[in-house]
Structures are given as structure tokens and as C-alpha cells.
Design a binder for this molecule. Structure first.
Ligand code: T46
Length: 130
């Protein structure tokens, strides 16, 4: 999804994100930063959580796999772009650039019970149609 960046090159930009653009009520915001280039993060899916990932500085590559096994790779390199990740999407984040800051808008509070961190369990749940 793309957000409207207000401003001009000479003065900088401002991106408002209003609830009308978001598919869920935001209950949590967190951000990931200072991740070295050679580190990959994620390696999980969420049973229920929905999120929007926005790289507000630098760039990061996001790999997603859905319940049908379809794989997509996205490059987040524009602070006016958001990537929606719904429930049951296996995802990893890699190739963080210098200074990359990944902002995440989440539909619920942190709950470790909502994570599937084992890929085999993820595939088994997909096969069972969960
Ligand atoms: C996701 C991707 C995009 C908390 O205590 N509270 C929180 O709100 C979060 C998000 C994490 N944590 C703890 C749990 C772990 O002990 O912080 C530690 C690192 O979490 P994790 O290894 O899950 O971080 P990432 O970068 O692999 O994944 C994070 C989110 O956890 C996850 O929901 O979808 O970013």
C-alpha cells in the first residue's frame, strides 16, 4: 500500500497514516533498527496477528510465503510504502541496509503464543487448512 507523502524535495516530506488506510485497529507499534547486513530476522508466521511493515529509513528485503506455498519477495526502500502481512504468512527480513529502520504497525499486543516459529509446524498447519 502506498501512503501520501506531503511536501517537496527542498523541504522534506511528511507521511500521515490515518486509520481509514489501515485494515485493522493498531494496538501496537514497534521498530527494528541497527540490524547488520548479514543478519536475517523473522522466520515465523502469526496465527492471528496482522501487520504493516514500513521501512522509514534505508531498505530491507522481505520474503513471504502464504498458506498455498506461494512465495513473494518485496524490497521496502520508500518510507511512503507499506507492506501488509496478514495471518499465516511465513516471513523473513534480510539485507538490512546501513541505517535501516523497519517500523511495524500491529493489530494486537505482543503475544508469543501467536507465533509459529517452526517452519515444519507452519507447513503442517497449512496442509490442515488452519
Ligand atoms: C514480526 C517481524 C516483522 C517483545 O517483547 N515485544 C514485541 O512487541 C516484539 C515484536 C518482540 N518482543 C521480543 C520477543 C523476542 O524476545 O523481542 C525479541 C525479538 O523478537 P523477534 O525475534 O520475534 O523479532 P523479529 O525481528 O524476528 O520479528 C519481529 C516481530 O517479533 C514479528 O512479530 O512479524 O518483526
Amino acid at each position: 500500500m502506498s501512503f501520501k507523502a506531503i511536501g517537496e524535495k527542498c523541504e522534506g516530506y511528511l507521511v500521515p497514516i490515518e486509520d481509514i488506510q489501515i485494515l485493522f485497529n493498531i494496538r501496537r507499534v514497534y521498530y527494528v533498527y541497527n540490524t547488520p547486513k548479514d543478519i536475517a530476522r523473522g522466520f515465523h508466521a502469526h496465527k492471528e496477528l496482522e501487520q504493516i511493515l514500513i521501512c522509514i529509513n534505508g531498505s530491507v528485503v522481505i520474503n513471504c510465503e502464504d498458506v498455498e506455498g506461494r512465495k513473494e519477495q518485496y524490497i521496502l526502500n520508500n518510507p511512503a510504502l507499506g507492506l501488509y502481512i496478514g495471518r499465516m504468512i511465513w516471513h523473513t527480513m534480510e539485507q538490512f541496509s546501513d541505517g535501516a529502520i523497519l517500523l511495524v504497525l500491529a493489530s494486537d499486543l505482543y503475544n508469543e503464543e501467536d507465533y509459529i516459529r517452526d517452519y515444519v509446524e507452519f507447513k503442517n498447519r497449512c496442509n490442515r487448512g488452519e
